[in-house]
Design a protein around this ligand. Structure first.
Ligand code: IPM
Ligand code: MG
Length: 360
């Protein structure tokens, strides 16, 4: 089949890791008889430098015309880059928020897995990490605080900033349904995370999740307050299967979960709407400090490409071939700098890409 993919290399290490992901996808295409049709567009700082805005309408149209978007990373050093002297709506991150909204990508899937070969990188005590863990954080991505009305005003000489957190029941229901659907394909447990002891939006969240759960009698549902969840993630991560939560809680908890794996350079993500369309990107950022040195870990992006094959194109076998290549390369002892440990062979970003291509 022909796969129409819009690529957003973005900023920092983005272009390097997208280059490696394309290499791997091209090998999959040859092996399984597909055609990869890529169109590159600019987003983030790269777009600001050329167009003066972090995302143009043309770029959105190009993305919409494709089956899926594969993204590297966007943004720069917030203390040094001139992009952060611009008004907030013109900064790199505004491009990312805009594309999520424009493509209605309300469901963000962020798997956090402890790889056996990388268990040594897990910062938790061995008695905790020994149990292993494999969770999927389902983050609502187009509502809540990040998209509510915001303003900064001055009242009686005092500056005051206001952000609004709103959810309607439909926004909650559609992400909850996705969360339960995914749980059905996993270990059939959903932990819905909220702050229902304080927030109205969380109380509505909890009620709607309980309603949705009625259609999934096989799935065990539990509710957890977000502050407790932050603790449980380091105390007993093995208890989690699907964590279902709103936008800001998901932003924070997914960073925590990825850190707990000890290998954020390995973690993929998918952002989906209610069709097969999706935007796939690594869970990590643009790492401007190591950009252009060919030392970044491309595996998270390559695993995001595998998620793309599975969720958008229903190419499970092809997705597995990538995932197996990653496992094999780790078994064979190859590591990029971020996951390097004694006795392994340190390789560059492009060498890692080549090693994976060889194993597909
Ligand atoms: C993420 C990032 C973004 C977010 C930023 C860059 C706007 O932190 O994808 O988690 O908060 O959603
Ligand atoms: Mg984040």
């Amino acid at each position: 089949m022909e796969l129409k993919i819009t690529c957003i290399p973005g900023d920092g290490i983005g272009p390097e890791i997208i280059g490696e992901a394309k290499k791997v996808l091209d090998k999959v295409a040859v092996k399984y008889g597909h055609v990869m049709n890529y169109t590159d567009v600019l987003m983030g700082g790269a777009s600001i430098d050329v167009h003066g805005v972090p995302l143009t309408d043309e770029a959105i149209e190009t993305a919409k015309a494709a089956d899926a978007v594969l993204m590297g990373s966007i943004g720069g050093d917030t203390t040094k880059s001139p992009w952060y002297q611009l008004p907030p709506h013109l900064r790199p991150e505004a491009g990312l928020l805009k594309i999520r909204k424009a493509l209605n990508l309300f469901a963000n899937l962020r798997p956090a897995v402890l790889y056996e070969e990388l268990a040594g990188a897990c910062p938790l005590k061995e008695e905790i990490s020994a149990a292993g863990f494999d969770m999927m954080i389902m983050r609502e991505l187009t509502g809540g605080l990040y998209f509510g009305e915001r303003k900064t005003i001055e009242e009686n000489g005092v500056r005051k900033a206001i952000d609004t957190l709103t959810y309607d029941e439909n926004e909650i229901r559609r992400i909850a349904i996705k969360g339960f659907d995914i749980a059905m394909k996993r270990r059939k447990k959903v932990t819905s995370v909220d702050k229902a002891n304080v927030l109205d939006s969380s109380r509505l969240w909890r009620n709607v999740v309980i309603e949705v759960a009625k259609d999934y009698p096989e799935v065990t549902l539990e509710h957890m307050l977000v502050d407790n969840c932050a603790m449980q993630l380091v105390k007993d991560p093995a208890q989690f299967d699907v964590i279902l939560t709103e936008n800001m809680f998901g932003d924070i908890l997914s960073d925590e979960a990825s850190m707990v794996t000890g290998s954020i350079g390995m973690l993929a993500s998918a952002s989906l709407n209610d069709t097969k369309f999706g935007l796939y990107e690594p869970s990590h950022g643009s790492a401007p400090d190591i950009a252009g040195q060919n030392i970044a870990n491309p595996i998270a992006t390559i695993l995001s490409a595998a998620m793309m094959l599975r969720y958008t194109f229903d190419l499970d076998k092809e997705a597995e071939s990538i995932e197996n290549a990653v496992k094999q390369v780790l078994k064979d002892g190859y590591r990029t700098g971020d996951i390097m440990s004694e006795g392994c062979t340190k390789v560059s970003c492009s060498q890692m890409g080549d090693l994976l291509v060889e194993r597909i």
